[in-house]
Design a protein around this ligand. Sequence first.
Ligand SMILES: *[C@@H]1O[C@H](CO)[C@@H](O)[C@H](O)[C@H]1NC(C)=O
Ligand SMILES: *[C@@H]1O[C@H](CO)[C@@H](O)[C@H](O)[C@H]1NC(C)=O
Ligand SMILES: *[C@@H]1O[C@H](CO)[C@@H](O)[C@H](O)[C@H]1NC(C)=O
Ligand SMILES: *[C@@H]1O[C@H](CO)[C@@H](O)[C@H](O)[C@H]1NC(C)=O
Ligand SMILES: *[C@@H]1O[C@H](CO)[C@@H](O)[C@H](O)[C@H]1NC(C)=O
Ligand SMILES: *[C@@H]1O[C@H](CO)[C@@H](O)[C@H](O)[C@H]1NC(C)=O
Ligand SMILES: *[C@@H]1O[C@H](CO)[C@@H](O)[C@H](O)[C@H]1NC(C)=O
Length: 689
Amino acid sequence: MAAAASSPAAIMGFLLLAALTLFSTANSQNPQTSSFTYNGFRQANLIVDNQSKILPDGLLQLTNYTQLVTGHAFHHQPFIFDPNSSVPSESLSFSTTFVFAMVPESANTGGHGIAFTISPTTDFSQAVASQHLGLFNTTNMGNASNHVVAVELDAMRSPEFQDIDDNHVGLDLNTLISAASAPVSYVSDSDGVNRTLRLLSADRMQIWIQYDDGQKRMNITVAPFLTPKPRRPLISTPVDLSTYLVESMYVGFSSSTSTVTSAQYILGWSFSKTGGEEPPPLDLRTLPISPRPAKQAKKLGTAPTVVLIILAISLAGIAMGAYLIRLRRYRELTEDWEREYNTQRLCYKDLYRATHGFKEKEVLGSGGFGKVYRGILPKSKLEVAVKRISHDSRQGMKEFVAEIVSMGRLRHRNLVHLLGYCRRKGELLLVYDYMPNGSLDKFLFTEDKPILNWSERYKILRGVASGLLYLHEEWEQVVLHRDIKASNVLLDADLNGRLGDFGLARLYDHGTNPQTTHVVGTVGYLAPELSRLGKATTATDVYAFGVFMLEVACGKRPIDTQALPEEMILVDWVIDCWKRGAIWEAGDPKLQGEYVREEMAAVLKLGLYCSHNMPAFRPSMRQVMQYLDGDCNLPDVPLESSGIGAFAMGGRETSEFVMSSSFPSSVVGKDYTTVTSLSSTDSVLNDGR
Ligand SMILES: *[C@@H]1O[C@H](CO)[C@@H](O)[C@H](O)[C@H]1NC(C)=O
Ligand SMILES: *[C@@H]1O[C@H](CO)[C@@H](O)[C@H](O)[C@H]1NC(C)=O
Ligand SMILES: *[C@@H]1O[C@H](CO)[C@@H](O)[C@H](O)[C@H]1NC(C)=O
Ligand SMILES: *[C@@H]1O[C@H](CO)[C@@H](O)[C@H](O)[C@H]1NC(C)=O
Ligand SMILES: *[C@@H]1O[C@H](CO)[C@@H](O)[C@H](O)[C@H]1NC(C)=O
Ligand SMILES: *[C@@H]1O[C@H](CO)[C@@H](O)[C@H](O)[C@H]1NC(C)=O
Ligand SMILES: *[C@@H]1O[C@H](CO)[C@@H](O)[C@H](O)[C@H]1NC(C)=O
């Protein structure tokens, strides 16, 4: 038998203990009440005074357009601010964020302001309106017994309080002479530009106020509505609040109007004393919406003013139209997953300006993927090439952008660097280093460029080989180029060859079914197994590089459709020369024999060796580099080796596949186009999965 049950005194004691336990739990600071979040105030438990009210849609209206009034709203319970407490939620640290809007009665004049307030009392009946913001009156302003800490959003300049301007944020400690203040502005994380916000714009804005008692520092950050909290605070000021705060403090808002007025609203508010650095996030989409400014000029009726009004309306219409066009013109497409690529993402407006609105005269060239424009970035004055690719599907974009961005990290002096990208509806823009000398094919095949001599050509071949070796073997992952050709090799100011467009062929891959592979590349550079199996490998890149070597050495296109009586296939032709025992005769006649025969022969043989029919016989790019550097001798490739010269030695069906079955009309005249074996690019980007 339990002793407690037997004695009435023990029962009394037990009950008392139970009551005490209950009482003390109810009274202790429960962690759940050390923070709150109001997404709209419909259900909020606030102490509001006469001017302030919660509107039916959940807006907290601090003041309306009544002149010279104050309005207050406080969370119904005080919080504990105790510097000696070991409980983190009772320390002096706190964080809060709220969304507000000040809707002026008449455009550009309104007032007076809103102050986030921490105060030992909710009774501000003695406080006055106007510049005192409903916080103080002339007698108690500055008195240390106020214990008021406030952050003011002040839309009027009061010289007597040393206000810096009529649009500022300030930290007020017992007085309206701010301890720290700054014009309302924010530094955008995406472009680092400091932008001013107008309090009286009626626009919604969000503010974050954070105080860390350990650091003894207060941070205040402002941003337009829906903009994530900028990293850089507007005000970051050292301050010790321990002399201002007392143990029990209410948190809330004070506001006032002047002889000019604004309707002042709070849309959502969260507050935390849990010790975490960030206040609880607001669900911005569910907040009530603040009204837009009231319409003007109702009472005016005389004829001239009517004319004026019509004029003003039409002007506004034009301005609005222009604004909409502008908005449309610069509109970009951004999705959540792109946030991590912020640093590589460029702003469309900048690209638009850089290229003078993508003017025809800035076009550097156009290829299978789209046009390339020259431009000068407005801020950095950097000369760039902007490639504009149209794409109709969003699917597969994420993987593609991820890959493109990762290729932005490729660094090699024989690669054209990718500086960044931008995305719009139906369009992808890639920004590259500008190459002043343009593409190599212009030098090889047009009259208006100077003829490259043999040593320049050799340097270009060596450079491109080294760039390709980097892609294949020296970077953290294997990158296939998949479209090596003279028009994808660009020349920098010193005539170094640089490979461009690497990985771009992948655009056609993403989102397609791996079972139905698509051949991507250019006619004449496609390895036979690529046409058959559709699988790109480093060996298919080597094949294309081999054809490219022949192209550079011979100054002829891989397939010359203008040669009569039938089209000439470069590989066959080089082999013919070789059979005659004078392979160097295949060298570009424009060089007028100004080359070392042995070197020319070696390059041509290496080219043939690379474009061997059987992938297994082709050298790796590392071996190609060794041959070009003369570090090792070319193996003796026997002329009769059945694999050399796909077109000559029974490989004819391959060329027929290329020439007739897939692309009857695309290989015309001097143009040889980038191709895929797909019927349309629309289907290319459509996700089969
Ligand atoms: C507002 O409330 C205070 C007391 O809380 C009172 O003195 C004052 O007259 C009220 N003002 C209006 C306009 O109702
Ligand atoms: C402002 O609010 C007060 C109190 O709710 C009300 O009496 C007054 O008519 C309102 N004034 C205007 C201009 O809406
Ligand atoms: C904290 O401790 C100091 C010194 O021990 C004391 O002066 C002060 O009143 C205490 N503060 C509170 C809020 O209890
Ligand atoms: C100012 O406010 C204080 C209390 O906050 C009050 O005691 C005092 O009388 C007020 N003074 C005036 C001039 O209203
Ligand atoms: C500050 O306020 C207290 C109480 O309201 C008062 O006793 C004191 O005289 C005031 N001090 C000054 C400098 O006005
Ligand atoms: C205030 O901002 C500074 C600088 O951004 C930062 O180092 C500090 O941790 C912030 N403090 C608080 C309390 O947020
Ligand atoms: C923006 O610039 C103004 C001065 O022009 C400065 O006072 C303000 O602090 C800056 N804003 C931020 C967020 O740094």
